[in-house]
Write a protein that binds this ligand. Sequence first.
Ligand code: 2BA
Length: 107
Amino acid sequence: MKLIMAVVDDSDSSKVVEELTKRNIGVTRLASTGGFLKRGNTTLLIGLEEERLEEVLGLLEKICKPRKQVVTLFPGVPGETFAPYPIEVTVGGATVFVLNVERFEKI
Ligand code: 2BA
């Protein structure tokens, strides 16, 4: 068994959860915050049989399209001036970790 941890954009998460649920694949949605942009994103925990790994990775790739966006950063270092500045970053896409599951129980 495998566990996928996927960090996705909030705006893509509902579609991913809907597709996984349709396919009878269990998923847990966690509210998370990116360290760089310091804004909300979604972390999905997806436990699945290894045979379905590629199917789910393909689904994430199809739904979570990377796109460019200009965001305004607010530097928060004490003692420095707090001049907000815009930068272009890639959002969307999915940051995916695939872990081996040693044991899986539903008790
Ligand atoms: P954030 O840390 O908020 O990063 C959002 C996006 O900002 C990143 O997208 C990247 O395009 C850009 N970015 C990040 N650090 C940067 C920097 N130092 N300079 C310029 N641009 C930078 P992704 O790389 O697709 O990451 C999306 C989210 O996935 C991240 O949100 C974070 O929550 C998570 N993530 C990415 N890499 C990770 C890792 N190695 N471990 C755990 N979580 C990770």
